[in-house]
Design a protein around this ligand. Structure first.
Ligand code: FES
Length: 93
C-alpha cells in the first residue's frame, strides 16, 4: 500500500493498493482538485507540483507534455489526470 498526499486549500491523503492516477487519488482523498476536461489532458486545471515521490510516477505522455508546455509548467509539475503513481507521492495543488 502507498499513500498519495495532497497539500493545498483542502489537504488530504489516500491510501492506495494499486497504481492510481493522481486525479483518482485526489477524489479518493476528497481533495477538490479541479479537472474541467474530465481527465482528458486538455484543460490543464488538474496541474499539481510534485514535492516527493516523482520516481513512482508514470512517464509523461505526448498529450500531457503538450499541455504542460502551453502552461509553461515547471519541471516538477504534472497533470494529475495523466500521472499514475505506483508508490508514495506528495504534491501540492
Ligand atoms: S483534467 Fe483536464 S488536463 Fe487533467
Amino acid at each position: 500500500m502507498h499513500t498519495i498526499r495532497f497539500d493545498g486549500k483542502k489537504p488530504g491523503s489516500a491510501d492506495c493498493e494499486q497504481e492510481i492516477s493522481l486525479l483518482a487519488a485526489s477524489t479518493k482523498a476528497e481533495v477538490p482538485l479541479p479537472h474541467r476536461c474530465g481527465g482528458h489532458a486538455r484543460c490543464g486545471t488538474c496541474i499539481v507540483t510534485i514535492v516527493d515521490g516523482s520516481e513512482y510516477l508514470s512517464e509523461m505522455g505526448v498529450a500531457e507534455s503538450r499541455v504542460l508546455k502551453v502552461l509553461k509548467a515547471q519541471p516538477d509539475q504534472r497533470l494529475a489526470c495523466q500521472a499514475w503513481a505506483r508508490g508514495a507521492v506528495s504534491c501540492t495543488y
